[in-house]
Structure formats: structure tokens, C-alpha cells
Design a binder for this molecule. Structure first.
Ligand SMILES: NC(=O)c1ccc[n+]([C@@H]2O[C@H](COP(=O)([O-])OP(=O)(O)OC[C@H]3O[C@@H](n4cnc5c(N)ncnc54)[C@H](OP(=O)(O)O)[C@@H]3O)[C@@H](O)[C@H]2O)c1
Length: 342
């Protein structure tokens, strides 16, 4: 059936400014890392994307290697674009990235100009787009001069293949350097995409201050700690969940100690009339320097329930203090290697 977007799609979602740029992003954005590869039924993908847009989610986040297999999330998204969202292209912010392993040989990963620009061309082709809204350097490359990596982002913007430039999982120091290099080139660094959740709070030490001072936006990923900050792992590891799929969420990360924290946080959420996932999302948005929180969803039900976090974003001082007692580092930041460089 031909998709017609809901008329009231802009009535519930708050849009927040990305740093000091002109770009507004929905408070909650949707990522296509998992759940949009060839292993997920196209019908489910389609339903999730349609429902998201109907509820005001104007930002879909991709990367070259999302799948499985690599590239398939972009190819599938390209199909949904063509079949459903083509009339709405100007209402959408679509991002992609290059940095991790994508194709064999020395030009298929990290941060060279060769890799980044070739990868962006491939991404555009897979998605059937003329341009993406945001193009990210997906991780810091210690072997490539930062001037080269940022130069590639600048070129992408000048070629009109990306509207904005971003970095992901860069350390505070390397973020400041990236900002300075891009500024010199005349292309602003508009956004940083770091991991952040109640179990992984590294950005609070320094990165958020740097971003706030520079006026760079921040979209935080894995705010549910890949599903740990929901009620699904409170008692065990349910069949079909991400932790059973032998991908990015090792069941070894869900320790008894972490479960204790999850149960305590779940009680705080329940006292507010929220699910743990809803509390976890609201909590990531409590700092105005966080522009958007970037969730994943494997079903329409998950998406809808996550978006209902917007009904209750306020958090009292007492609640925040109580959350702090349990929301502590839990050894789940599998992206730390990039942000610890430099
Ligand atoms: N820049 C980077 O390096 C980087 C790295 C990682 C992610 N990201 C971006 O961030 C996005 C989100 O990452 P993520 O998928 O790890 O985020 P997440 O929101 O922390 O986890 C999403 C997963 O949690 C489960 N879930 C979500 N809502 C639920 C609910 N209400 N109840 C129960 N389970 C629920 C689902 O997994 P099940 O399959 O178990 O249902 C879902 O796929 C990615 O798609 C990507 O765009 C970027």
C-alpha cells in the first residue's frame, strides 16, 4: 500500500538545536545498525520506519557497514526511500559514516581520504541518494593525519555529497583538533556521535564541556546499552534478543552486578510510571548539550514504547541523585578504543 505520512507527524516530537548550527534534530532519532540488514524481514523494517516518521522521527542514522551483511542496511533503506519516503526527502535527515572495516585491502577502513570518499560514493549509490545530510568519520584513525580525514569531510561537503560533517567516538582532545582543522577549511564540525547511557557515562568527564564550548551538537548512541537498559534482561537472556545473536552484545556483559543496578533503576522508573527504557532515554536528554538520543528498535512496539519517553522527560534532583547511585560505569563501552586514542 502506498505510504502517506501521518498529517499530525510534527505534533508530539520536540526538535532540538544541534550545537550552534541551524540544524534541528528530533529529541529521539532512529539508528539502523541492527534490524535493517538482510536477516530482518523487509516488512518489519518498513513498518518501523513508517511508524517512526509518523511519530516525528525525522532522522535516520546509517553507516556503510550496517547489516548484516555490510552495506545491506543502506541497500534496504534505499528501497524504503524509493518506495515510501521519496516524497519526503526534504523532511528527512539521513546520515552515514565510514571508519570501520568495510571492504578488503588497505583502502577499506580507517580514515584515509581514499577510503572516506570512495565509501561515501558507495553509500549514496546503495541508498539511491544524491546526498546525505550528515557524513561522519566513524572513528579516529591514529595512523592518518587528522588533516587528511577532516579534509575528506570538507571535500564531501564541498562536492554537495554531504550537507554537514560529523565525527564519532573521538576523544575530547581530538574533537577540538578536528573542529579547528575543519574551521580553517571553512566547513564547520556540526555534530559528534558518542556512546552514552546510564551504564556508560564517559562523555560527562570532558567531552560534553568541549562540545558545549565549541557549539558542536551531540547525538548519543546506544542509550539503552544495546537493550540492557530495558526490562528484557532483568531476569535472564530471552531467546531472539541481541545478546543471543552473537553480534555486538556479549551476554558476558550482563553480569549479576549489572543486573542489580538494572533492577534498582527499573524501580525508579516504575515509581515515575515509566519503563526502564523510557527512563533511560529521558535521562540521556536531561543535559541540553545532548541534541538527540539515538535508539535502535527491532519492532514497532519497541519503537512506540521508546518514543513514549517523551511524555515524561522531567527529572527531579532527588530522582537524579537516586539514579546516580546505580547508574555507574559497567564496562560496556566497546567503542572506547577510538575515544582513548590521543
Ligand atoms: N557511531 C557508532 O560507532 C555507533 C555505534 C553503535 C550504534 N550507533 C548508532 O546508534 C543506534 C542505536 O544503537 P543501539 O541499537 O545499540 O541502541 P539501543 O537503543 O541502546 O539498543 C537498541 C536495541 O535494544 C532493544 N530494545 C530497544 N527498545 C526496546 C524496548 N522498548 N524493550 C526491549 N528491548 C528494546 C532492541 O534489541 P533486540 O534485538 O534485543 O530486541 C534494540 O535493537 C544504531 O542503530 C546506530 O545508528 C552508532
Amino acid at each position: 500500500m502506498t505510504y502517506v505520512a501521518a498529517e499530525d507527524r510534527y505534533e508530539r516530537m520536540p526538535y532540538r538545536r544541534t550545537g550552534r548550527s541551524g540544524l534541528l534534530l528530533p529529541a529521539i532519532s532512529l539508528g539502523l545498525w541492527h534490524n535493517f540488514g538482510d536477516t530482518q524481514p523487509l516488512e518489519t523494517q518498513r513498518a518501523v520506519l513508517r511508524r517512526a516518521f509518523d511519530l516525528g522521527v525525522t532522522h535516520f542514522d546509517l553507516a556503510n557497514n550496517y547489516g548484516p551483511p555490510f552495506g545491506s542496511a543502506e541497500t534496504n533503506f534505499g528501497r524504503h526511500m524509493r518506495e515510501d519516503f521519496a516524497p519526503y526527502r526534504d523532511e528527512l535527515i539521513i546520515s552515514t559514516k565510514a571508519g570501520y572495516d568495510m571492504w578488503p585491502g588497505p583502502y577499506g577502513e580507517w580514515g584515509s581520504r581514499k577510503y572516506l570518499l570512495a565509501s561515501l560514493d558507495q553509500s549514496l549509490q546503495r541508498m539511491g541518494l544524491d546526498y546525505v545530510d550528515i557524513f561522519y568519520s566513524h572513528r579516529f584513525d591514529p595512523e592518518t593525519p587528522l588533516e587528511e580525514t577532516m579534509g575528506a569531510l570538507d571535500t564531501a561537503v564541498r562536492q554537495g555529497k554531504a550537507l554537514y560533517a560529523g565525527v564519532s567516538s573521538y576523544s575530547p582532545g581530538k574533537t577540538a583538533s578536528a573542529y579547528a582543522i575543519l574551521r580553517e577549511l571553512g566547513t564547520p564540525l556540526v555534530i559528534h556521535q558518542p556512546s552514552y547511557s546510564m551504564l556508560n557515562r564517559w562523555i560527562e568527564d570532558e567531552l560534553l564541556d568541549v562540545l558545549g564550548e565549541l557549539g558542536v551538537g551531540c547525538i548519543v548512541f546506544s542509550p539503552l546499552a544495546q537493550g540492557m537498559l530495558t526490562d528484557k534482561y532483568l531476569e535472564g537472556i530471552p531467546e531472539g534478543s541481541r545478546a543471543t545473536r552473537d553480534t555486538s552484545l556479549s551476554p558476558d556483559l550482563i553480569t549479576d552486578e549489572t543486573r542489580e543496578k538494572l533492577r534498582a533503576l527499573n524501580e525508579i522508573a516504575a515509581a515515575r510510571g515509566q519503563s526502564l527504557a523510557q527512563l533511560a532515554l529521558a535521562w540521556t536528554l536531561r543535559d541540553p548539550r545532548v541534541t538527540s538520543t539515538l535508539v535502535g528498535a527491532s519492532s514497532v512496539e519497541q519503537l512506540e514504547s521508546n518514543l513514549a519517553a517523551l511524555d515524561r522527560l522531567d527529572l527531579s534532583e532527588d530522582e537524579l541523585a537516586e539514579i546516580d547511585r546505580h547508574a555507574t560505569e559497567s564496562g560496556i563501552n566497546i567503542w572506547a578504543a577510538s575515544s582513548e586514542e590521543g
